[in-house]
Structure formats: C-alpha cells, structure tokens
Design a protein around this ligand. Sequence first.
Ligand code: PLP
Length: 296
Amino acid sequence: MRALLLYRLDLTAGADGEEHIRAVDPREPIIRATDLGVTRGDGVFETAVVRRGAPQALEAHLDRFARSAALLELPAPRRELWRTTVRAAAEAVSRPGVLRAGELASVKFAMTRGDEIEPAGPTGWVLGFAGADPERVRRDGTTAVVLDRGYRHDVMQTAPWLLQGAKSLAYAVNEAALREARRRGADDVIFTSGDGFVLEGPRSTVIALLDGTLVTPPPELGVLPGTTQGDVFAGLADLTTLTATLSRDDLERADALWLCSSTRGAVPVRALDGAAVPIHHELTARMNAVLDARED
Ligand code: PLP
C-alpha cells in the first residue's frame, strides 16, 4: 500500500464547505497522540475503490459510515462534506502518472471521537492510496480457515455495546485472526459465531453458492452489510440470491465460496481449512464485471 494524498477535514459544528477541507502531505502527522481514535480505536471508517476517476458505491459507503457512527454514538457525519471530499480524492488519485503499473487506487475515510484531553469535536480525514490490483487473486482464488469469533449469533441484540456490525477503527482482533490464518498456512478467515453460524471475513463478506442460490449471512448476526456483496446480488438479477443464515456444514457442501470486499471485488475461495473448494470461474468473472462497471 502506498499513500497518495491526504485531506484533513474540519468537523467543528457548522463547517461544511470546501474551505473546511485541507490537503496535506500524506506523511504529515495529523492525529494527536491523545486522539481517541489512536488511543482506543474509537472511531469509524470506510474504504471505497476508485475506478474511472470516481469512488465506487459511494452512497452505500456513506450509508454504512452513518450507521457505524450511530452505533458508536458519534455525531452524524455531514454527508455532503464527506461525499465532496471522497470524490475529490478519487479524482486526484486518478490523474495521469499517479498510479504505477499493477496498482489500483482506493480512498479510505475515517472519523474518530476526537481528542481526549481537549475535546473539540470529531477528527476526520480522507486518504487516497494505491493497493495491488486484485486481478490475480480474483483468478487464482484465496485460501481460508474457519475461526470462532466467540460471540453468539444474536450478539447485536443481546450486547450492542460490543459494536458487532459497526465498521469501527478497532480492527486489532481482525488482524490477529489473519495472523492466525497465516500460522495455519492460509491467507484469510471466515468467522463463525460461538453457536456455529457463518459470519464474515475480517475484511470481507461471505457469499456461498448452494444448490444454485447465492447466499450471504444477514447483518442481524453482527456482520457488516457489505457494499460489494450488495452490488453483486443487485447485478446478477437472473440468479436467485438470498440473505439467510449459513452453518459450517453449508460452507463445506457449498459449490463455490467468495470473499467480497471493495478493494478486491469477488475473490473465490479455493481451499477451506485445507480442503479444496471448486472455483466457479464464470460466475466469478460475471460478479467482477458487474462490480467493475459500477458508476455510483
Ligand atoms: N466485513 C468486514 C469486517 C469488512 O472489514 C469489510 C470491508 O472492509 C467487509 C465486510 C466488506 O465490505 P465492503 O464490501 O463494503 O468493502
């Protein structure tokens, strides 16, 4: 990953126009050591991929940003300010000469609860960065292990303070799970609930092909509503799609599995806990064609 540009947002009440967006060197420190986003991971974020000069699925990302902020009881993000800044970042990283061969640009935007010692409202920034083009992983697939997230499937209802289903900045657990996957010789993870329901990946949404139907777990289980999965389902209107609970057995009998995320699109799983999973090349290609063509 290579940082390309950075905008610092002034989120004090009433600040709304372009004068509240400041472009800074992406290596410049813009967060204080006392910011709650740094000290406690107390904030929310989104990452949108950039194609043809625009952030894809921006409205869906802004919806989820607002939903995460509400779950953390943060001030509601001012949608127009974030929309304008993310679009400006996407446009800037798409100028000729910014990206190197084999790179794909994305825009990450984040809002924290702000400074712990001198509270002055939330801290916000928008970062344009270059990542690896996902072409190869879309073709070759990835390997995953199933790991227990430890919470029951109804955790959102019984313990909402655990913030399952919010895209908060506190990703240390997700990163630890990915390290565990690597220790087991795999690239990625599919989390299950403590009582055996399939959830999501640490950075992705699960889709399973079961008896000809594409199935994804419901957000009520404490998983993020995936913007990528949402667009896959909307774009493949000729297929039956279903948002429904999946068991561990369903994963094992699935005809194909995908991990979907904004930066990589639909990535097929080629092995789960060491057992081969068939890659559905044709459906994978259709999913990614739908995703790459999005104009929103
Ligand atoms: N679930 C988690 C935990 C994620 O971190 C992500 C993306 O980063 C997703 C699902 C997929 O979301 P999206 O398709 O909107 O990128």
